[in-house]
Design a protein around this ligand. Sequence first.
Ligand code: 4HQ
Length: 266
Amino acid sequence: MNIYIITLFPELIQQATSFGVLGRAIKQQRLSLRCFNPRDYAEDNHHTVDDRPYGGGPGMLMKVEPLYKAIVAAQITAKQVSQDAAKVVYLSPQGQQLNQQLLVNTAATAKDLILIAGRYEGIDERIIESLVDEEWSIGDYVLSGGEFAAMVVVDGLSRLLPGVLGDDESALQDSFMQGSDIHGLLDYPHYTRPEKIAEIMGGQTVPQVLLSGDHQAIQRWRLKQSLGRTWLRRPDLLDVLKEETSNWDDEKAGLLAEFKAEYNSK
Ligand code: 4HQ
């Protein structure tokens, strides 16, 4: 996959790309990242990249011409690299909210992606109308720029590209993954050594079932914890799941009932 990021701060993007799974995806050449800086396309002596909003009010917008030229330059490069047209996405709080399904679909279908990371109060609406295919939001809060939103998209996509994750870290086991038995549920709690935390650090022990070696009992416990935590923390996800008959059955209903009974008696 080839991702092109339109940004006034390419160093910010570059700094974040050499680590972990994302760094590996780039090193393995399963993902390429290139930045296009509108400042490089500003033709006045000051390389101006901001401009005042019509109608007045506080704050600035990204200046139209440099932004337009940077996007078109990314489109031309994308076309040279891989024939088909790149999908152009603008990151903003007004967009469709990002979720795992959107990432999975994008990783599976988009070979080339142009992400516009805006600064200031945003970009001219006519750029959105003429050049942007989709507007995505990473959540209902306001950032100072789109760079971190773009990197959220890049990071989430990188681990979904074929060959990037090893078998033991497989994305197929993600709790948001369709078809997994914990599909649509929150993750269950995890434990590692020691079996008992030192008294001075809290003294807690690991749930006995995880030490039992009984894989069926462990699987059942984990599913029950996933159901219980989703019920407690994200009942909206549970409502969605119950609507999907393929993902809701008597076993889950029974385990959740057990969890609720234990929870209410504590
Ligand atoms: N911004 N999801 C304003 C965001 C944002 C978000 C990016 C701030 C665009 C102009 N982007 N700029 N939330 O808050 O994607």
